[in-house]
Design a protein around this ligand. Structure first.
Ligand SMILES: [Fe+2]
Length: 135
């Protein structure tokens, strides 16, 4: 079984964003698999880079939509995204510098990193976007 499964419980009610969240979960699972299979450092490094790039792509997409719809909590949402990218880049850089050994603890951190954002922040735009007919 994968480390991290997408379930309806974390749906934000917008198909494209749910799909993007599933893809992010996919990268986190990929990293977990690579860790379990004791893949080399370069393999894990590449997954960190993919995860970072896709996180930025997804965040930009969310912000573009929220901005276009004049989401009232846009600034706070942007702040949260910046914080998440910073945390991810910190992990990626530490790993690249040989100062981080990817462990179960790292994986639990990443799982929580994404889940807490979806549950605590993304869910807040669900009703707003639904009222704008964006599902
Ligand atoms: Fe978000």
């Amino acid at each position: 079984m994968a480390l991290f499964e997408w379930t309806e419980k974390i749906s934000v009610g917008v198909k494209v964003f749910d799909d993007q969240h599933k893809k992010l979960i996919g990268y986190i699972n990929e990293l977990h698999e690579a860790m379990k299979n004791r893949q080399g450092k370069e393999v894990l490094e590449k997954i960190f880079i993919d995860l970072e790039n896709y996180t930025k792509t997804h965040f930009n997409h969310e912000i573009t939509v929220l901005k276009a719809e004049k989401y009232p909590d846009l600034d706070e949402h942007l702040r949260q995204h910046h914080k998440l990218v910073e945390q991810l880049v910190e992990l990626k850089d530490k790993h690249a510098a040989g100062k981080l050994f990817v462990s179960s603890q790292t994986m639990e951190f990443l799982k929580k990193w994404l889940t807490d954002h979806i549950m605590g922040h993304d869910k807040k735009y669900s009703g707003f976007l639904d009222s704008k007919n964006i599902q």
